[in-house]
Design a protein around this ligand. Structure first.
Ligand code: ZN
Length: 160
């Protein structure tokens, strides 16, 4: 409830350059969420979220950004995996998901599973896109302060 009333890192960056932006929707509920992330080396330097949705979706997005910010990419992906396990009523590591443990009850509400996982899926896609771009060795831009950025829009434009 606290995360719903006082969402963390809500609102997108005024200048999206240098951020990986992922926009996901959950049509069955009407949740519409955008997640932005910025990496510094292997670390998530900034993680933002914005959008509209039900209380589960909004609270989950707030917990996701708070929990994953400042994690290393691998830690964050592991955390997302554990959250996904929890929501699917599979064995999971409580320590890996932080406050999001409070959403465990959603695993018993099949219609709300997508609401809870939307933000985490967006985070995962963003990280995976950054990893793919880095593997390509093509679109990373190293700024003077060492920030490595990737921009999803560039990818869309160059995919012919
Ligand atoms: Zn929802």
């Amino acid at each position: 409830m606290d995360h719903y009333q006082h969402p963390r890192n809500k609102g997108l960056a005024a200048d999206p350059r240098g951020y990986m932006t992922v926009h996901l929707k959950n049509p069955s509920c009407g949740d519409d969420l955008t997640v932005q992330l910025k990496l510094k080396g292997e670390k998530i330097d900034e993680l933002r979220q914005d959008g509209a949705g039900c209380s589960i979706c909004c609270a989950s997005a707030s917990m996701m950004v708070e929990h994953l910010e400042n994690m290393l990419i691998d830690e964050a992906l592991e955390s997302i995996e554990q959250f996904s396990n929890m929501i699917q009523s599979e064995p999971f590591n409580e320590e890996a998901i932080g406050d999001a443990i409070s959403l465990e009850g959603v695993s018993k509400l099949p219609q709300r599973v997508k609401c809870a996982t939307l933000a985490w899926q967006a985070g995962k896609r963003g990280l995976e896109k950054i990893q793919t771009e880095r593997a390509d060795g093509m679109r990373d831009v190293e700024d003077s302060d060492g920030t490595i950025s990737a921009d999803v829009e560039k990818e869309e434009q160059t995919d012919v």
